[in-house]
Each structure stands twice: as C-alpha cells, then as structure tokens.
Design a protein around this ligand. Structure first.
Ligand code: GTP
Ligand code: MG
Length: 169
C-alpha cells in the first residue's frame, strides 16, 4: 500500500522576489509578468513522487511586504520545511533572506529544513556564480537552489528535491 505523506512547506522572502510566481510555475506551469502582490497567505496541495510514493506537500505562499511580516510566524509554525527566496537582481533581497533564516533558526521548529532559493536567474549574467550565497548556505546548513519562475528553469526540480530532503514521518 502507498502511504501518503503530508508535509507543510512555507515559502518566505522579501516582496517581489517571485514566491507566488514559483508556486504558479510548479502548480500550473504558468508565469505572469504582472503577478499581483500577495496579501495574507494561501496554500496549495501538491504531489511529488519520491521513491514511487506520492509525497503530499502543502505549500504556503506568504506575503513579503514589510507590513505583513509580523503575521508570518503563523505560517511557519508547524512547517517541516521552509524555502527562503531572494531575487538575484536585487541585492537587498538577499539581506532580507538572511534575516528570515535567522528568525527561522530562532523561532521555528528546530528540525525545520531550510532552503535558500536564488530566483530570477534569467536576469543574471552567465559569469556570476553566486559564490557568497553558496558560502552562506554552506555555513548555515541550507539547501540551495537556482531558479527562474519566468523560464521555468530549476523550479520543479527544486520542489521535488526539497521534498526528498524532508523527514518522512
Ligand atoms: P509578494 O507577494 O509581494 O511577496 O511578491 P512575490 O515574492 O510573490 O513575487 P511575485 O511572484 O509576485 O513576483 C514579483 C514580480 O517578479 C512579478 O512581476 C513577476 O512577474 C516577476 N518574476 C517572478 N519570478 C521571476 C523570474 O524568475 N524572472 C523574472 N525576470 N521575473 C520574475
Ligand atoms: Mg506573492
């Protein structure tokens, strides 16, 4: 028999880094140039196959605007995984990502699996290798992914690989 595993995953990060776009890409294979800014939060259930078993993940899309920031603990509480997104074309959003990582380490489930997602890589010049981000991920025990919700590059791969890295119980 196949047992279904339900895993709560929260997606965090500064406003406009592409959280909703990544979720729209993985769930519907769509992209909107004028994606609306998220108010509050929403979730979708998503199934990925891991070792021939369906892993049900519940992905929570949060609002990145500063004014919603105090609400976010409601969404990461009880999560087994967190994907912290930043925009490679906007340096400041990496600072915000680091703040989220710190907050998660302090306040979330100590067993939380955290990933850093470098989104909008379609806007990055070939040469840039995200060295400092990789070093930061390494030092902090984070998984790291490079994605473009616009082209679709790396998006499904990220959610599947992330799901594989979550504990099974
Ligand atoms: P909030 O809901 O305000 O927190 O923002 P968000 O993180 O959900 O960002 P959203 O998905 O709304 O995307 C913001 C803008 O960036 C939109 O105009 C998207 O079309 C654009 N965008 C998202 N992902 C990418 C990407 O990978 N590449 C490019 N070039 N643009 C992207
Ligand atoms: Mg959004």
């Amino acid at each position: 028999f196949l047992t279904e595993v339900q895993q709560k995953v929260v997606v965090l990060g500064d406003f406009s880094v592409g959280k909703s776009s990544l979720i729209l890409r993985v769930s519907k294979n769509e992209f909107l140039e004028e994606q609306e800014s998220t108010i509050g939060a929403a979730f979708i259930n998503f199934s990925v196959n891991v070792d021939n078993k369906p892993n049900q993940i519940q992905i929570w899309d949060t609002a990145g605007q500063e004014k919603f920031r105090s609400l976010t603990p409601i969404y990461y509480r009880g999560a087994i995984g967190a994907i912290v997104v930043y925009d490679v074309s906007r340096e400041y959003s990496f600072q915000t990502a680091k703040e989220w990582v710190e907050e998660l380490k302090e306040k979330a489930n100590p067993k939380l699996i955290i990933a850093l997602c470098a989104n909008k890589i379609d806007l990055l010049e070939e040469k840039k290798k995200l060295l400092k981000e990789k070093e930061y991920a390494d030092e902090n025990g984070l998984l790291i992914y490079e994605t473009s919700a616009k082209t679709g590059k790396g998006v499904t791969e990220m959610f599947v690989d992330f799901s594989k890295n979550l504990p099974k119980d």
